[in-house]
Structure formats: structure tokens, C-alpha cells
Ligand binder design. Structure first.
Ligand SMILES: O=C(O)c1cc(=O)[nH]c(=O)n1[C@@H]1O[C@H](COP(=O)(O)O)[C@@H](O)[C@H]1O
Length: 283
């Protein structure tokens, strides 16, 4: 089954377009998980247990796993998410000459979808694009301030580079498996791109920690109801805020009975809150 059909079903099942970003920064994982063989996996498992009812997808960013233990933690995480029926979008931003991308494309034997970088052109993406079952999200207008350096440049035709990328991605979509990555910090570009490529689903990162526009993310990110709005730190580290709050509260009150698992509960609440907030804007 095509990735976007599976995503459509998942969105309907959980009534949510939330993508939970699994970016387990090791310096922020709670201390009591440090003694586990794979602390990142122990952390992710608890986050998945607490959030899966609200998750249309999980999006682990490969940067947080690029060491031997990390890859093991990532494999365990993906298998566990699949056990909860949640598709996994590996945020790897890959692409290279064809011979090398064929190796990268093996990542799609484990994950259901991937983010890719269009800078090297169609042949650098072909091994991803020809996988009919997998989703391929092409970086188009990214959420970071420096995204303007290249993506906003105006071409001789009058279009911006990011608009040309969207037009190319539309051409590359022969298997109905292509989406775009467009940051929630760029609401005008989101609107412009939705008009330009009405059929492509978007992955919209940048709500939460980056302060992006949740309403625009939903209004323009979805194509026929399908798309993803991602928050990573805002969900998985939501417990840090409540910890700080309870530390200040505990000066006045009795200490709470906390087994160290409050962080997971807080992530579940944050995912649910984001789902509700985004659902206000869905049709
Ligand atoms: O491809 C991405 O997912 C991505 C594209 C983009 O333009 N901006 C962006 O923040 N991301 C990723 O989305 C996640 C955002 O994380 P938070 O800012 O913690 O919600 C990180 O994994 C980023 O690498």
C-alpha cells in the first residue's frame, strides 16, 4: 500500500496530523534512564507508549542516532512504533550520486518514508522515488533563518528557487509518493506552495520550539486532509517545563511521588494538546 494511503488511514484512526519528532538529545534524557543498555531507546519507548494514540507518524531525525548504539536504538524504536501501527518517517535529508543513493535507499527497508535533499537533482533521488511503497519528502522551504540564503533566490524566470523545487517535485511524483518539507515559520510560502502544488502533502516542522504558525501549518500543509505537522522538543521534552514548575512548587508543598516517569506523561499531554490545537483548523 502506498505511503500516503497508509498515512491517510492513520490520520483517520487517531484523528490527528501530529508527527512526533523523536530527537533524543542525550544531554536531556532523564538521569534515571542512563543505566539502560540503550538510553535513547529506553527514552523513546516511554515516549511512544505515552504519545502513540495522538501520533499520525513518528519522525526520528537521523542526526540523533549516528553512532553504533544510536543505530541500534533507532532500529528498536522503529520496530516498536510499527508494533503500535504508527508509520515512521526517517528524517535523514539524504541524496548523493545514484550509486551512493542506492545504498541510502536501503533505509526504506526499515522506515516508511524519508526526507531528501533536492540539491543534486533527480538522478540523486531516483532510488527513493522509484520505491512505490515509500514516502519521499523533498526539502523545499526550510524553517531555519538561513533557508533564505539559497531557497529564496530569484531565478531568471522570476520564480524563487524553492518554487522551482516544488515544480520539480511535482514532476518527480510519478508514483504518488512525493511530499514537500515546508517550515511552519514560513506561512506565506506555505500558502504560495499549496496553491502551486495542490496535490502534494507537506511535512510542516517548526511548530513548538521554533514558534511556527500552527494554523497555517494545517490550513496549507494538508492535501485532501493528508500531511504532517511535526513537533519534536515541544513534545518529547515537555516534562522539563513541568519539572521546573514542580521544583518551584515543592518549596511550598509536600514532595511529589515521582518515579521519574513524569516526563513521559508530560509528552503524552503535550502531544494531545497539539493534536487538539491542530484539529481546530482541520475541515
Ligand atoms: O526536515 C525536517 O524535518 C526539518 C526541516 C526544516 O525545515 N526544519 C526542521 O526543523 N526540520 C526538523 O524538524 C525537527 C524540528 O524539531 P523541533 O524544533 O524540536 O520541533 C528537527 O528534527 C529538524 O531537523
Amino acid at each position: 500500500m502506498n505511503f500516503f494511503d497508509r498515512l491517510h488511514d492513520r490520520i483517520r484512526t487517531v484523528d490527528s496530523v501530529v508527527s512526533v519528532g523523536l530527537d533524543p538529545d542525550q544531554s536531556r534524557i532523564p538521569d534515571h534512564l542512563a543505566e539502560h543498555d540503550l538510553p535513547r531507546w529506553a527514552f523513546n519507548r516511554r515516549i511512544i507508549d505515552a504519545t502513540h494514540e495522538h501520533a499520525a507518524a513518528y519522525k526520528p531525525n537521523a542526526a540523533f542516532y549516528e553512532d553504533p548504539d544510536g543505530w541500534r536504538a533507532l532500529e528498536e524504536t522503529i520496530a516498536y512504533a510499527h508494533g503500535k501501527d504508527v508509520p515512521v518517517l526517517l528524517d535523514a535529508k539524504r541524496a548523493d550520486i545514484g550509486n551512493t543513493t542506492r545504498q541510502y535507499a536501503q533505509l526504506l527497508e526499515t522506515a516508511d518514508a524519508i526526507t531528501v535533499n533536492p540539491y543534486m537533482g533527480r538522478d540523486s533521488l531516483q532510488p527513493f522515488l522509484s520505491n512505490e511503497e515509500a514516502g519521499v519528502f523533498v526539502l523545499c522551504r526550510t524553517s531555519n533563518p538561513g533557508g533564505a540564503d539559497v531557497q529564496d533566490l530569484e531565478l531568471e524566470t522570476g520564480e524563487a528557487v524553492y518554487e522551482r523545487v516544488a515544480a520539480l517535485a511535482d514532476l518527480w511524483n510519478e508514483n504518488d509518493n512525493v511530499g514537500l518539507v515546508v517550515g511552519a515559520t514560513k506561512p506565506e510560502e506555505l500558502e504560495d506552495l499549496r496553491e502551486q502544488v495542490p496535490d502534494l502533502p507537506f511535512l510542516v516542522p517548526g511548530v513548538g520550539a521554533q514558534g511556527g504558525d500552527a494554523e497555517a501549518a494545517v490550513e496549507y500543509g494538508l492535501a485532501d486532509g493528508v500531511g504532517l505537522v511535526n513537533s519534536s522538543r515541544g513534545i518529547i521534552f515537555a516534562g522539563e517545563d513541568s519539572e521546573a514548575q514542580s521544583a518551584s512548587d515543592s518549596r511550598a508543598a509536600e514532595p511529589r511521588d515521582d518515579d521519574g516517569e513524569e516526563f513521559a506523561k508530560a509528552s503524552g499531554q503535550a502531544a494531545k494538546r497539539l493534536k487538539k490545537r491542530l484539529n481546530q483548523y482541520r475541515d
